[in-house]
Design a binder for this molecule. Structure first.
Ligand SMILES: Cc1cc2nc3c(=O)[nH]c(=O)nc-3n(C[C@H](O)[C@H](O)[C@H](O)COP(=O)(O)OP(=O)(O)OC[C@H]3O[C@@H](n4cnc5c(N)ncnc54)[C@H](O)[C@@H]3O)c2cc1C
Length: 515
């Protein structure tokens, strides 16, 4: 049995909230939900708190004019990580949800009018590559082999293992050197692929987790193999439906969910976390606190001054953040039947544009876009005869000096014109019910530091032991299960983060029982 102490009531606060719980999870993004479920399955009392009106974190759902939009993640890879959450309680995800395999996984559109379909069948993918450069067929096969080797270490040995101990990192150094992890994703891809457009297509993966392919450690090339191994899926009804069913599961198993509650401070006494206090004055007491919120925000805003010491090997002032995101949501009075579910619309510039976004932090005139068209797979996202979209445009985070009140509407117009002139004819007249999010919304809604889309960037000096640890080095009962902590962003990343936290707590309990 797990070691559980009795409920405590904090009488010292003006307003108090009696919490019948041992574990308080702050933030109900996927990392928070998964940690809550995993620890509930272990027998703990768990309370999950979020400042928003619905769980899901970045996976909120917006509705306007009869159009439904998933606000964030849509592309499901490593689906077993979601299956596991239901299996913890003897249930099956298939009884509630349908993960539909996609084909193509995604389509690239280039400014010369070329299209490249990245497909689940390797033979079909080879055919697509051959249309660009026959030599690159072998190059891609070799890239996949390299990706598999990285996956064997980077995913199987590192992703769901605690990295709190420097010696764990040291033990992996020979493997990391052998796999040339000091190289960037772009360097690795370019060593196998010759065609300039295919080089772009096969190196964009770090952008899915907030990194510049020319700066991100090649460990993230494991995503190639991860996609091949398990496929790419869409959850029918959208990611919002997935969140809804996780909410139902959490309620069925007795997790207490408290929404619209912004935690102002994690309370510390004698070096241990004792709970948290909300902006409203509510006080939560707990034996352990798990943060799903952004670690840089926690350390700079949610801990008392005495505890804001540096928590990573490198000082927080040296943090490098992922890019910001501008997300344009809209419906169309027309069905764009030829549009794939996922399209990556590449702009004229690649490396230089990424440098504008990540290094110079300026909003360039040109852009590259990711376009989500859920109606390609699930017509319930739009009224009859209409289509539903979101367009994601990587932009500088708030460390850039961009006036989003002015630039937001301008960027909207530029994107609509560019799409009208290329793959979405007449969009300028068919578009309706549009609205957008800027990095300022990511900061105000999710309390994401500098409005970054994916917390700190996935560079080598911010990975594994160098990333925010899953347990604070100084406060032994404060944990992190979120994109900013090991192993990193993306749904598979944060679901693994929850596994690491579960393993850490389990280990502590074993030690406690043995003593
Ligand atoms: C537009 C977009 C598209 C994406 N597409 C994909 C995709 O297709 N596939 C994929 O795998 N990944 C994708 N990602 C990445 C993925 O969504 C994220 O990395 C992941 O969902 C982050 O989860 P998280 O657990 O870190 O929590 P988050 O989603 O960041 O949620 C954290 C929660 O904590 C809450 N919170 C913060 N501070 C407090 C506080 N003080 N008190 C109370 N609550 C607080 C916030 O309100 C929020 O709900 C996408 C991300 C975005 C933004």
């Amino acid at each position: 049995m797990c070691n559980r102490s009795s409920t405590r009531i904090d009488n010292s606060e003006t307003s108090q909230f009696h919490l019948n719980s041992n574990i308080l999870v702050i933030g109900a993004g996927f990392g928070g939900i998964a940690a809550a479920l995993r620890l509930k399955a272990k027998g703990y009392s768990v309370t999950l708190v979020d400042r928003l009106h619905a769980i899901g974190g970045r996976a909120q759902v917006f509705e306007k004019g009869g159009f439904r939009h998933d606000a964030g993640p849509t592309l499901i890879t490593a689906p077993f990580l979601f299956y596991e959450l239901f299996e913890l309680f003897g249930e099956s995800l298939d009884d509630y949800l349908e993960f539909k395999p996609l084909d193509p996984w995604y389509r690239f559109y280039f400014q010369g009018g070329e299209e490249f379909n990245y497909r689940p069948s390797i033979e079909h993918t080879y055919e697509e590559i051959r249309r660009f450069c026959s030599e690159d067929v072998e190059g891609y096969a070799n890239l996949l082999q390299a990706s598999k080797a990285i996956f064997k270490i980077g995913y199987e040995k590192l992703a769901d293992k605690p990295f709190n101990n420097f010696w764990t990192m040291i033990a992996q150094v020979p493997s990391l050197m052998r796999l040339r992890s000091y190289k960037t994703v772009a360097q690795l891809v370019n060593s196998y692929i010759k065609h300039p457009l295919l080089r772009q297509a096969f190196s964009i993966h770090p952008l899915l987790v907030g990194g510049n392919p020319f700066k991100t450690t090649s460990i993230y090339s494991l995503i190639h193999y991860l996609e091949r191994r398990w496929g790419v899926f869409f959850c029918m009804g959208g990611t919002g439906k997935l969140v809804e069913e996780l909410h139902n599961l959490a309620e069925r198993v007795g997790i207490q969910i408290i929404l619209d509650t912004d935690i102002e401070e994690i309370t510390i006494n004698s070096g241990k976390a004792t709970g948290a206090r909300a902006v409203s004055g509510q006080v939560f007491t707990a034996d352990r606190v798990i943060c799903n919120c952004d670690p840089p925000t926690v350390y700079s805003q949610m801990l008392g001054l005495g505890h804001r010491r540096r928590k990573r090997a490198l000082p927080e002032s040296s943090n490098q953040y992922s890019m910001g995101l501008y997300v344009l949501f809209f419906g169309a009075n027309k069905i764009y039947i030829d549009m794939a579910h996922h399209t990556i619309w590449m702009g004229m510039r690649y490396k230089e544009l990424l440098s504008d976004i990540f290094d110079k932090k300026i909003l360039a005139e040109d852009f590259s876009l990711y376009i989500h068209r859920p109606t390609a797979t699930d017509s319930s996202f739009a009224p009859t005869g209409c289509d539903s979209f979101y367009v994601l445009c990587p932009v500088p985070n708030l460390l850039g000096n961009i006036n989003w009140k002015e630039e937001g509407p301008r960027l909207r117009d530029r994107i609509v014109t560019a799409l009208s002139n290329t793959i979405m004819p007449e969009l300028e007249t068919t578009i309706r019910d549009d609205f957008w999010m800027t990095p300022e919304d990511f900061k105000s809604d999710y309390r994401s530091m500098h409005g970054a889309g994916f917390s700190i960037a996935p560079i080598f000096s911010q990975s594994a032991w160098f990333r925010y640890h899953n347990r604070d080095p100084h406060i032994p009962n404060l944990y992190f299960s979120s994109a900013g902590a090991h192993p990193g962003a993306g749904m598979p990343g944060v679901l693994c983060s929850a596994k690491v936290v579960e393993a850490l707590i389990e280990k502590e309990e074993q030690v406690h029982r043995a003593s």
